[in-house]
Design a protein around this ligand. Structure first.
Ligand SMILES: Cc1cc2nc3c(=O)[nH]c(=O)nc-3n(C[C@H](O)[C@H](O)[C@H](O)COP(=O)(O)O)c2cc1C
Length: 177
């Protein structure tokens, strides 16, 4: 059985990937991890778009000025969207599904990173939202809000694991604040 704390310690945002594609079996496992995530009232408002086409990923990389460029060098992007009318916990549900994917990626020997889409503009001075751009690139229907994209691939950078004795323990309050 996986040592969960060790997995959480090792997981860091990885933004550089090798050219090696992610095997379909691993993609399936990532999606199983997403589909097993908890959701308010078990209403599961999320839907996922799995993108492996390099040209498409390169176009998706343009959804933000900063913070999305790694998609052009990643062999896999998983778009997480949800029907907000299904559950008022949709944002939380999507975030948990995203975290399940991030942790599963680490467990499978992959690197991954969250790319924020919701509430972001393509450029600071543009009228177009990141969501509009991603929606039109992938034919995502209007009733779905797009929360984020998880870029995934084999790691091409090293990140230090978290140090257990340097965590922000002062943020934890026991009993009363
Ligand atoms: C809600 C959320 C939004 C994020 N958005 C982006 C993003 O748009 N681009 C990016 O490169 N990283 C993004 N990240 C990754 C964070 O920068 C990263 O998790 C944080 O710096 C901590 O580093 P670590 O993941 O390596 O522990 C996001 C993470 C979260 C949880």
């Amino acid at each position: 059985m996986t040592d969960f704390l060790e997995l959480a310690r090792q997981r860091r945002s990885i933004r550089k990937y090798t050219e090696q594609p992610v095997e379909p079996e691993k993609i399936e496992k990532l999606m199983q991890a997403a589909l097993m995530s908890p959701a308010g009232k078990r209403l599961n408002p999320w839907e996922f778009v799995v993108v492996t086409d390099h040209d498409k990923l390169t176009e998706m990389a343009g959804c933000r000025t900063y913070g999305s460029s790694m998609l052009s060098g990643s062999p896999l992007g998983i778009v997480i969207c949800a029907d907000a009318s299904v559950s008022d916990t949709w944002k939380f549900d999507c975030a948990i599904a995203a975290e399940n994917i991030l942790l599963a990626a680490e467990d499978l020997g992959l690197g991954a990173c969250w790319v924020q889409v919701l509430d972001r503009m393509v450029k600071d001075d543009s009228e177009e939202t990141a969501e509009q751009l991603v929606r039109s690139l992938l034919n995502i229907p209007e009733h779905l809000s797009i929360v984020c994209i998880i870029s995934v691939g084999y790691k091409n950078e090293e990140r230090k694991p978290r140090e257990i004795d340097k965590l922000q323990y002062e943020k934890v309050h026991y009993g009363l604040y």
